[in-house]
Design a protein around this ligand. Structure first.
Ligand code: ADP
Length: 478
């Protein structure tokens, strides 16, 4: 929709010019006999007047022009009838009338356009139109309110410069999109007159002339700064919660962790003692002492490995998006829950598909999901009694389902009623006396932040299966 509202700057100057022109025409017409229809120039007066006068004013001016033409004619040729002069007078009168009619029509069309444009002032959205050279030609009231510049200051300025627009993508790609489809929609950063940065949802529509050439773009912008801020606050709160839950889980795993670190540390001492003994022999057994030292180093590495993993889980850090092998993530996590599995005599069946595709994600967060699922499975099996069987499998999703990475945790626990499947992931839903009901809810947020899905299903036999699907990153994202 083209909106070209005339800019009225300089209308006073035009009024003055019109008056001076009228006087000059009248004087020349009345006092000289040039033999040309000088009064035709009154048409110019009408054109100048049309820019600043309303309908009635324009009619008054044109009547005055007619009167001045007749007075000048009578003044110059009143005593003797001159046919040529009469024809010149008639031509001038015709020119005045035709110009007046055209100007009135033009004025009416402009008024109609202004009325239509005024409708755009009713919306809360900021709407502006910029021409092919990015110069603003229309600026509605919503834009005045949102950005702080009145229309007089904004019209005529380059939109991108005025609003210091920051684009999410290369501007060239965005323009190509606009030219191809005629529209574009996305988020932009605009700077208000007072320097405050706004996030706006921007919708662009391209207007073309009858030859298909792009002549203007209409932008409709709605302020989503608050919504975005609320979303990032929510995101921060989720990250906090997920961190707290991670640390809580580590507390639950304290016994395992103590064992996982104590055991290699005790082995370091044992190997150290043995090494000393080999060295104090006569003659010292260097080879055996070296072997003891090597075992010491191996055990110290194991302990420091566990501690490094614990520190990563306990740390509060920004989520990363790095290429990850899901098999490694599961493997790393098992180290922390190994003792829980051993103590409960869990029959663990690991099935790692070596062809599982890499995913883009945060190692610590995905480890948290695996720990949650494994701990839940262990607790479900505690409650069920009977044989404890836990299967952790990774596999590549079938191509028709997007070919991402899949993790399945299947237990032989108490399972759940199928009508409860939807509830399991709700925050605070728990069936455990000391449960918080946050583990699965946090796991779901994490998986969804990885653009994936998590679901639960009851096994045909005893127990439940939890499935996590994470899509492969789109080509070029890695
Ligand atoms: P919490 O473990 O604190 O209860 P979760 O969000 O981890 O919180 O789990 C919510 C509920 O989902 C559990 O209380 C339990 O009823 C059910 N649930 C989770 N995992 C399993 C599982 N492997 N087998 C059966 N039920 C489960």
């Amino acid at each position: 929709m083209p909106i070209h509202v005339p800019v009225h700057a300089g209308s006073t100057a035009k009024g003055v010019a019109a008056i001076l022109l009228t006087i000059a025409i009248f004087v020349i017409d009345a006092l000289t006999s040039l033999g040309i229809a000088i009064a035709v120039l009154y048409a110019l007066v009408i054109i100048l007047g049309a820019a600043s006068l309303d309908r009635r004013g324009l009619i008054v001016v044109s009547v005055l022009c007619v009167v001045f033409t007749l007075v000048a004619f009578l003044f110059g040729h009143g005593d003797s009838f001159d046919t040529d002069a009469a024809i010149r007078c008639a031509i001038s009168l015709c020119a005045i009338v035709v110009t007046t009619l055209l100007s009135l029509r033009n004025q009416e069309a402009t008024l109609q356009l202004k009325d239509q444009a005024a409708l755009l002032d009713l919306t809360h959205d900021a709407i502006f139109v910029r021409d092919a050279g990015d110069t603003i030609t229309y600026w509605n009231r919503g834009a005045e309110r949102l950005y702080g510049w009145p229309a007089e200051d904004a019209v005529g300025r380059k939109a991108t410069e005025l609003l210091k627009t920051r684009f999410p993508l290369e501007l060239a790609g965005l323009q190509a999109d606009l030219l191809e489809t005629g529209r574009w929609e996305g988020e932009l950063i605009h700077t208000r007159r007072d320097g405050f940065e706004l996030t706006v949802l921007s919708r662009w529509s391209l207007h073309r002339d009858p030859h298909g050439r792009p002549v203007a773009t209409m932008e409709i912008n709605s302020d989503i700064t608050e919504r975005r801020e609320a979303e990032s606050a929510l995101h921060r709160a989720q990250a906090e919660l997920s961190h707290v839950s991670r640390v809580t889980t580590l507390g639950e795993l304290a016994a395992s962790i103590a064992h996982e670190t104590n055991q290699p540390l005790a082995a370091v001492v044992t190997n150290g003692d043995a090494g000393l003994r080999w060295l104090s022999r006569e003659p010292p057994n260097i080879d055996a002492a070296r072997m003891s030292l090597e075992k010491m180093i191996g055990n110290a590495r194991r302990a420091s490995d566990v501690i490094a993993r614990l520190r990563a889980l306990a740390r509060r850090s920004e989520a990363e998006h790095l290429p990850l092998d899901l098999n490694d993530v599961v493997d790393d996590t098992l180290l922390l829950v190994q003792r829980e599995l051993a103590e409960r005599r869990v029959d663990l069946n690991l099935s790692f598909d070596p062809s599982v595709p890499e995913v883009l994600g945060d190692r610590v967060q995905l480890q948290q999901v695996v720990i949650n699922l494994v701990m839940n499975a262990l607790q479900a099996m505690d409650n069920a009694g009977g044989q404890r069987r836990l299967r952790i499998a990774t596999r590549r999703e079938t191509p028709e389902n997007g070919g991402g990475a899949v993790l399945e945790v299947t237990d032989s626990g108490m399972g759940f009623d199928t009508d409860k499947a939807g509830k399991l992931f709700a925050a605070f839903y728990t069936t455990k006396p000391d449960g918080m009901g946050m583990g699965l809810s946090i796991s779901r947020s994490i998986v969804e932040a990885h653009r994936g899905q998590i679901s639960a299903s009851a096994n045909e036999g005893p127990g439940a299966t939890f499935t996590v699907r994470i899509p492969s990153p789109p080509a070029g994202d890695q």
